[in-house]
Design a protein around this ligand. Sequence first.
Ligand code: 15L
Length: 249
Amino acid sequence: MLRDRLTHIAPILRLADIAPIAAPRPWEEIVQCDLADAAAVEAMVAGCDGILHLGGISVERPFAPIMQANILGLYNLYEAARAQGQPRILFASSNHTVGFWQQSDRLRPDCPYRPDGLYGVSKVFGEALARMYFDKFGQETALLRIGSCTERPENHRMLGSWFSHDDFLRLIEAVFRVPKLGCPVIWGASNNSRGWWDNSHLDWLGWQPQDNAEDYAAEIARQQPPPAPDDPLARFQGGLFTQFPIYKD
Ligand code: 15L
């Protein structure tokens, strides 16, 4: 989604994935890289002015792949950034760091973590690692706790958690434009009437989410019956993630 929408941010976009990426455009550099491979990660980061870190495991999985990509991989990324001039990082954290809070709770960025699985725990680790690199070395990171970044909200829970593509893009622009970033927690959500997260600490960032999942509420209500109040989809901010077992393979 972002690939074609970031061209105004930098003249060269270096795209990286563990899987091959096809058909680079003239302004794209392609790097195939396993985040667990420290030397490969350093080569990937070398020469970058900014890093949008969306890599790694993005859903609940067994611990071994999460450890490789989200724990070792993140350490490799921060060590590479430290060696390569500390380019600003936007780190894709997740609402699953706080998934066991209720949807009736309203959260500020300093609320206690309540991860809803191993994936959420790995994002808590990521936030802690980023903050340590900020306090120790001044490495700037946006700790972006992404809600549900989809083209449109897809269910009742997403009326609270939706993060539109356009609001995400506007946030990326703000994060790499603002003169001083620091290491703030940012709730990655649109301006949803039923939202759960308070971004009022971010006045200085120059970002105002503009979309609202409420515009889709009637359509969702027509398509799917609302979940019962004790359904995890309606109860917990992390929704179904709170119900997953500890996967072994
Ligand atoms: C996430 O962190 C996941 O990466 C994504 O796949 C969705 O599950 C999203 O959270 C969500 O909670 O909707």
